[in-house]
Design a protein around this ligand. Structure first.
Ligand code: FCB
Length: 443
């Protein structure tokens, strides 16, 4: 394995609270929108839910030991807001904070840097009942939560991302209605995206005011948009709109202080209500930008839309494998936005894994990681300032609307026994990191 990355590069694995913790009724935890949504019949494959998940709430020590075995120097995880503030306002739940303190203590003991996400989608249900992210008040509640997190842990964690993938919360949760809270209303969706961005800016300011030393940023899911037929003006227009709604709708306000005019025109009366000063708050400078990358957008104006050729295959999610799009996108971000250091905060794939004794042979996942890491190295060579990479995911886990069928882990989870088995890709990732001569925090 060749050396493609510098010694200080951050190597990590990612998870999120609702997908792994379980213990939904323990330790004084409140109800989240995902508890409610996953218990509605027919919303999740097999009617699965996160009640038990990977039982990480009880097994976090063993799971952190697994991370250490992989020679990974960074762990990205999220705080379940309803665990630390059951109704999203008012009193803090000390038992909930104590759980995350134990996690951070354990990571410190093992020399693994904690990278925290405050909102990986599990909004307290009580806030949803009051209008959720559609209600501007939720911005204030989130800011208080971020301030409290920073007061307690702002000097102990390496980075804090406010939100994970605001596009997913807005569009899948409020325009398409296939994720919590299950609303299908385009105007609501874009109002939600504005409130998420506004709360991000306010939270950054509140956390900085606490004297936090952690790097502060946000995590966006992004992909470049390719026209199905590059000679078709209709397909090129579809690609511009796909780029606008997924990428520029978030990047422009964060880095240029304005929403893109073409997307505003497309939204018409569904454009969000914006108050004076909002955009300035949204554009508060960040210390890092997190990018989650899974696939490109293949944009076709035809009905039904033309499918990509799947030259490099597709994953169990049906997502096209197209690694060079990651390089293309990172270079584009570098030139168009001059962002702060970028971390790839998620990248990975669901594959048809089979447990054979004590092994899971997953050569296609290894190839996926290899090709995407090569794309990251290429982008760096072309000027993209990428300083970290986190594989999604440490463990097989609750994959939202797909339930437990789709396995993204480096580590296989046998849900009946909660046994963990390192897949071949986990060993490959460990060897890849070693070959880079990584020296970060692990000493
Ligand atoms: C991303 C989510 C993450 C995981 C991956 C597969 O959209 O951030 O929680 O489900 O997709």
């Amino acid at each position: 394995m060749s050396k493609q990355f510098p010694p200080g590069f951050i190597w990590g694995v990612s998870t999120s609270s609702y997908q792994i913790e379980g213990a939904v009724n323990e330790g004084g935890r409140g109800v989240s929108t995902w508890d409610t949504f996953s218990h509605l019949p027919g919303k999740i494959a097999n009617n699965d839910n996160g009640d038990v998940a990977c039982d990480h709430y009880h097994r976090y020590r063993d799971d952190i030991a697994l991370i250490a075995d992989l020679d990974v120097s960074a762990y990205r995880f999220s705080i379940a807001w309803p665990r630390v503030q059951p109704t999203g306002s008012g009193a803090w739940n000390e038992e909930g904070w104590a759980f995350y303190e134990r996690v951070i203590d354990e990571l410190e003991r093992k020399g693994i840097a904690p990278h925290v996400t405050l909102n990986h989608w599990d909004l307290p249900q009580a806030l949803e009942d009051a209008g959720g992210w559609r209600n501007r008040e939720t911005v204030e509640r989130f800011t208080e939560y971020a301030r409290e997190f920073a007061r307690r842990f702002g000097k102990r964690v390496r980075s804090v991302a406010t939100h994970n993938e605001p596009w997913v919360v807005a569009i899948l949760g409020h325009e398409k209605g296939i994720f919590a809270p299950g609303i299908a209303d385009r105007a609501a969706a874009y109002q939600v995206s504005h409130h998420l961005l506004l709360s991000h800016g306010k939270a950054l300011r509140a956390m900085r005011a606490q004297g936090t030393t952690a790097a502060l940023g946000i995590v966006l899911n992004q992909s470049p948009a390719y026209p199905a037929d590059p000679d078709s003006e209709a397909d090129r227009a579809a690609a511009r709109l796909g780029d606008g709604t997924l990428n520029r709708w978030y990047m422009d306000p964060l880095f240029r202080g304005a929403y893109p005019a073409d997307v505003l025109a497309y939204l018409g009366a569904d454009a969000p209500k914006i108050e004076a000063g909002d955009l300035e708050i949204i554009a508060t400078p960040m210390d890092f930008l997190g990018i989650n990358f899974y696939m490109r957008q293949f944009c076709s104006a035809a009905q039904p839309p033309q499918q990509p050729p799947y030259e490099y295959g597709k994953t169990e999610m049906g997502w096209e494998v197209y690694p060079s799009a990651l390089a293309v996108h990172l270079v584009r971000l570098a030139f168009d936005y001059s962002p702060p250091p970028i971390y790839i905060t998620e990248n990975g794939c669901a594959m048809p894994d089979v447990l054979e004794g004590d092994a899971v042979h997953d050569p296609r996942r290894i190839e996926y990681f290899r090709a995407h890491l090569e794309a990251v190295a290429q982008a760096r060579a072309l000027g993209a300032n990428v300083q970290g990479y986190f594989a999604w995911s440490l463990l097989d886990n609750f994959e939202w609307a797909e339930g437990y069928d789709k396995r993204f882990g480096l580590v296989y989870v046998d849900y009946a026994s909660q046994r963990r088995v390192l897949k071949d890709s986990a060993l490959w990732y460990r060897d890849f990191i070693r070959a880079q001569g990584a020296t970060q925090t692990k000493d």
